[in-house]
Design a protein around this ligand. Sequence first.
Ligand SMILES: Cc1cc2nc3c(=O)[nH]c(=O)nc-3n(C[C@H](O)[C@H](O)[C@H](O)COP(=O)(O)OP(=O)(O)OC[C@H]3O[C@@H](n4cnc5c(N)ncnc54)[C@H](O)[C@@H]3O)c2cc1C
Length: 243
Amino acid sequence: MKYFTRELEHIERWKNLRKDLFRNEEPAVKLIGMTTPSEEMVSQGITTETLPAYTARQSHESEGTYEDDLKLNKKLISWGHHTCLEAVQFVYYVTGVSKSLAGQWTRHRIGIGWTFRSTRYVKANKNLFIYPALEYMDSEDTVRAAYGIYEREHQRAMDVYEELKNLGVRNQELRRLMPVGWSTAAYVYVNARSLRHFFELRLDKSAEWEIRRLAYMMFNNAMGVAPTLFEDLMSDESLKLGK
Ligand SMILES: Cc1cc2nc3c(=O)[nH]c(=O)nc-3n(C[C@H](O)[C@H](O)[C@H](O)COP(=O)(O)OP(=O)(O)OC[C@H]3O[C@@H](n4cnc5c(N)ncnc54)[C@H](O)[C@@H]3O)c2cc1C
């Protein structure tokens, strides 16, 4: 099951025009790890998803089944009892995002951290570019023309990079001339509470297209593993595009 498909399809409406562009890279999100209850807890039917509710039962020393815990997750969220969501940590590997996106993403300070690819240690000639979605443009000809200009400037950036490199300039200075559309990749460590906060801000229509695209992709993934921790966001009409 996919969520926010209409919103994601709108952002991706010109994706087919980008596939052969110079050094184009598209985003990808992969879940590579998440909190797993200990063997003892698993034997009692506790899962990654029910861990928040299970631990929250401490407050009343109550007991419940797996189904009860799924229901309790939803209640805890509606009550604003969110600390227990910190029981679950996700680790994602995100590729094909721009330096511009990284600047916005790393403004989130609480319950989230990253290891980004270093542009000091990794050579720029391995790197690619993130072309803008231009989803607000309706003319295919105009979009092609705009992509052509981005292509030209990306090519120029790589030419200048090679020129300076041949003079002996190091990576750490070469990267200064790269555009903010230069691609990067990161492992991100985020707990379920912080991930919800990211979704609340970045699934919103007012969020910039690239970080909103990433939020849609991460939301789809998170919904696949722990839906009760995130599904209430689907009923927030303000996050959806109008008809
Ligand atoms: C649509 C949009 C447009 C934006 N435009 C701009 C812009 O033009 N310029 C710009 O600079 N930024 C901009 N931002 C970034 C924004 O200001 C936040 O820095 C970013 O969204 C992270 O949000 P946060 O602080 O809630 O998250 P986190 O840093 O993860 O914090 C999570 C929560 O913890 C609490 N918290 C964290 N730190 C403190 C603290 N020091 N004191 C008290 N409470 C704290 C708050 O409740 C906060 O919501 C924009 C964000 C969005 C979504």
